[in-house]
Design a protein around this ligand. Structure first.
Ligand SMILES: Cc1cc2nc3c(=O)[nH]c(=O)nc-3n(C[C@H](O)[C@H](O)[C@H](O)COP(=O)(O)OP(=O)(O)OC[C@H]3O[C@@H](n4cnc5c(N)ncnc54)[C@H](O)[C@@H]3O)c2cc1C
Length: 510
């Protein structure tokens, strides 16, 4: 592509990497003015808030039964389950959905994050209940490698891989070895071991494949991946009797958040605030005091109970009363930086499979936005929208900080896509990029069996929801499962059960 053509492409950038704890510094008393906060990894401000530094906290002006912090799919589903109570839902971004957020181009939905759900999952149940019909994906994932499109490389496609025979044999023997492991029986041991241990001596092609697959699905390359998590997934898609249980709609799981928000807003619009950043959650003797920043001012409200549906790295920094051990556990969960690029073509370019793997490129895989509706009666596709998953290594988080850095990532995605197959050498009409600094908790060794259980223990009046209370990997289903438990915990607490007993009842006791 010539530089003039590149400059002509419309580039739309959304999302923020510095969204960890946006806070107006003027409201902090006694703060030596730090440099403008652009780096989401600097939590100086959050630490000051957590550590009780004086800031101008106004008197409580309203009381609720429940306050829910975070309007991702977990916070939204918490509000849905608790819609009979007097709740307040606070979301810092200007829109609902968190990592499950849908955008539209000429009325065609596409995902900016979370892509697909699973039949019969907690999120699928809630989607159905609010009137969404998620459609089956029904497509085996191919891989494009060395300019060749290969159908499912773990089953019929292994012999088609454009690699030397001994590499293809290594794929087969690895598959056999891994599928023979009884991973549920050996969960504790396998969750403590990195997948790289099982890849020792394997050809680089196999390691590259896992590095791309793991980064995309759980934010971690093989060296940082729990073997249990990899095996759990591998059995799902590579076993002889594997079935595709994925379901989705244009917009991915963002379609669920969008509908949940719409359903809740019908009756509870006044109890739902976007652009409202919670800066402190303080347990007091008979209530929880929540302070948030909204429309340029701080507000304090109180509630009987709180559901923290924001990720633990944020919850741990704004909630008081957490024990040092629990706070350590919360803060040892690692999160991958994860931009998502949508290339919008005004002509058909690719719709041969739903999710196509491309190890060795700027992106790990890409999905077809309208895959599940493409054959629906009455559907006329106008544009071909492809969604590229571009997870970064933690050390590369800074690359999203500037618009120029983002543009570079997006143009590299386009460059790599065009090189995959000759027919991909087409320019899109628009490139959309949604950048996120810390969206996906990484399925690192020990995270599922040790860290998460230690991190999610509810306090006297505060329940920690969010997908990072569940695991083993970051899923919309886990986000809803955690909020279902949150709603049950609230019910037990309102019925007079002690916090400890309520935690035990929902399986969140330590
Ligand atoms: C690129 C990508 C692809 C994915 N693909 C899939 C997939 O295909 N299938 C799948 O099931 N899962 C997928 N996931 C994971 C899934 O999206 C998440 O597990 C799920 O969306 C998490 O929802 P949540 O509500 O628990 O957390 P979040 O989405 O993180 O929501 C938390 C919310 O809290 C808000 N918040 C944070 N701090 C504050 C504060 N101080 N005050 C107020 N609000 C605050 C945030 O803005 C956010 O909206 C993907 C994730 C990513 C990033």
């Amino acid at each position: 592509m010539t530089s003039s053509r590149r400059d002509f492409l419309r580039f739309v950038l959304a999302g923020s990497v510095a969204a960890g704890c946006p806070f107006d510094l003027k409201l902090l008393a006694d703060t030596a003015a730090p440099a403008p906060q652009v780096d989401g990894d600097h939590f100086d401000i959050c630490h000051k808030i957590r550590d009780g530094e004086k800031f101008i906290s106004p008197p409580v002006n309203k009381r609720y039964d429940i306050i829910i912090v975070g309007g991702g799919i977990s916070g939204l589903s918490s509000a849905y389950f608790l819609r009979g109570e007097n709740f307040l839902l606070l979301e810092k971004e200007p829109h609902w959905g968190g990592n499950a957020y849908k955008e539209d181009y000429q009325r065609q939905g596409f995902a900016t994050g979370s892509a697909y759900d699973f039949v019969d999952s907690e999120s699928a149940h809630i989607a159905k209940e609010i009137g969404l019909e998620q459609l089956p994906v029904n497509s085996e994932d191919p891989t494009i490698v060395n300019c060749k499109w290969v159908a499912n490389i773990w089953r019929a496609g292994t012999d088609e891989l454009p690699f030397p025979q001994k590499v293809r044999d290594a794929f087969k023997s690895f598959r056999q070895k891994m599928l023979a492991i009884d991973y549920e029986k050996r969960i504790t041991e396998l969750d403590s071991q990195p997948l790289s241990k099982y890849l020792e001596g394997m050809p680089p092609q196999l390691i590259h494949w896992w590095d791309a697959y793991g980064l995309s699905n759980w934010g971690a390359k093989a060296s940082d991946t729990s073997t249990y998590v990899a095996l759990d997934d591998f059995h799902y898609f590579a076993a002889d009797d594997a079935k595709d249980l994925r379901i989705t709609l244009p917009g991915g799981n963002g379609a669920i958040s969008e509908k949940l928000a719409a359903v809740l807003q019908e009756k509870h619009k006044d109890q739902m605030l976007t652009g409202a950043t919670t800066v402190s959650v303080e347990q007091q003797a008979n209530a929880v005091r929540v302070t948030y920043f909204h429309e340029g001012r701080l507000h304090s409200v109180a509630s009987h109970l709180v559901i923290m549906a924001a990720p633990k790295m944020i919850a741990s920094r704004i909630t008081s009363g957490i024990s040092p051990d629990q706070r350590d556990a919360m803060q040892s969960i690692r999160y991958a930086p994860y931009p998502v690029i949508n290339l919008i073509f005004d002509r058909p370019v690719y719709s041969r499979a739903y999710d196509t793997w491309c190890p060795g490129n700027t992106f790990t895989d890409f999905t077809v936005a309208d895959w599940t509706v493409r054959n629906q009666p009455g559907y006329t596709p106008k544009n071909n929208i492809l969604t590229f998953y571009t997870p970064l290594a933690e050390a590369d988080r800074y690359k999203q900080l500037t618009a120029d850095g983002c543009k570079k990532i997006a143009l590299n995605v386009l460059r790599d896509f065009k090189k995959l197959l000759p027919e991909f050498n087409v320019d899109p009409v628009e490139i959309h990029m949604y950048r996120r600094g810390h969206p996906m908790f990484m399925a690192t060794p020990g995270n599922f069996t040790k860290t998460i259980p230690a991190a999610r223990h509810p306090l006297e009046r505060i329940f920690f929801a969010n997908t990072d209370s569940e695991g083993p990997e970051s899923l919309a289903a886990g986000a809803v499962a955690a909020s279902q438990k949150g709603a049950d915990w609230v019910a037990h607490r309102l019925n007079g059960k002690s916090a400890a007993r309520a935690a035990e009842k929902v399986g969140y006791s330590t």
